[in-house]
Design a protein around this ligand. Structure first.
Ligand code: IPE
Ligand code: IPE
Ligand code: MG
Length: 254
């Protein structure tokens, strides 16, 4: 039985880096406010951190890096902040995609992209296409993403493809559903990082985080850097991932 289908079920070796790192980049606004700057200055600075963390993950051999850039709930923010975030997203794509392409990074974007302006959608599609053949780090940006949206769209996509399942729901297994999640191309995250001091998931990858190691830091995202990432990896290396087993079982099988 595919009970342990998760690619992350084994205890990583001591010198292992996580294969898939998922990050909630939080604290941009507070970083800016604490410096008497407008919130958007924190978002702009946050883009620099994205660059540094992408480079650090690529050079450390992380295979998948997933960054929560805009949640389905973030539309509730003041309209001017939302539109500044969209502009930053556009300019980051305009400036960075060529570099990603050159560095072997494969860009993916997950979320309900229909809500975005055509210009942004075009840039996303072009960036994804341009980097699709790369086999280095897979960088996924979650934009207008929500974990509940994802599970729901997966169920809808599954039933659309296989309508006969509606009359036979017992035949639906986890694998069928997971295969339609927006990130079906990636293993589940090994390590989740949230910066900014809050200790919550905020509707990020709800399904995929089932057995992910969680790491929270008070550092605001603009202050996070390669060294802070290394500290998170260090914490990860100290964890014993048991996946429901006892410590003795895990020790015996490793
Ligand atoms: C995270 O920083 C960035 C986005 C949600 C787009 P915040 O903007 O949430 O920063 P805080 O939490 O208000 O400090
Ligand atoms: C979560 O951050 C979403 C992103 C980082 C994009 P928020 O700052 O929006 O989360 P909540 O609403 O405070 O939980
Ligand atoms: Mg926040």
């Amino acid at each position: 039985m595919a009970l342990f289908k998760s690619s992350t079920r084994s205890i990583p070796n001591v010198d292992d880096v996580p294969r898939h790192v998922a990050i909630i980049m939080d604290g941009n606004g507070r970083w800016a406010t604490s410096r008497m700057l407008p919130r958007v200055a924190g978002h702009a600075k946050g883009v620099d951190t994205v660059r540094e963390v992408v480079e650090a993950c690529a050079s450390r051999g992380v295979q998948f890096l997933t960054l929560f850039a805009f949640s389905s709930e973030n539309w509730r923010r003041p309209a001017d902040e939302v539109s500044m975030l969209m502009r930053l997203f556009v300019s980051a794509l305009e400036r960075e995609v060529d570099k990603l392409a050159r560095n072997g990074i494969r860009l993916k974007v997950v979320g309900d992209l229909q809500a975005f302006e055509p210009r942004l959608r075009e840039l996303i599609a072009a960036g994804v296409e341009k980097t699709a053949g790369n086999d280095g780090l897979t960088l996924t940006i979650a934009a207008n993403y929500g974990g509940r949206w994802d599970v729901l769209q997966a169920m809808r996509a599954l039933l659309e493809k296989r309508p006969e399942l509606a009359a036979n729901p017992e035949a639906i297994g986890e694998d069928e559903l997971a295969g339609h999640l927006a990130m079906a191309y990636a293993p589940e995250p090994d390590l989740f990082i949230r910066t900014g001091g809050e200790q919550r998931i905020s509707n990020f990858l709800l399904w995929q985080l089932a057995y992910t190691e969680l790491y929270f830091t008070d550092k605001f995202w603009p202050d996070f850097d390669a060294q802070a990432l290394e500290q998170a990896f260090e914490s990860f290396r100290m964890r014993e991932r048991r996946f429901g087993q006892t410590s003795a079982q895990v020790a015996a099988s490793s």
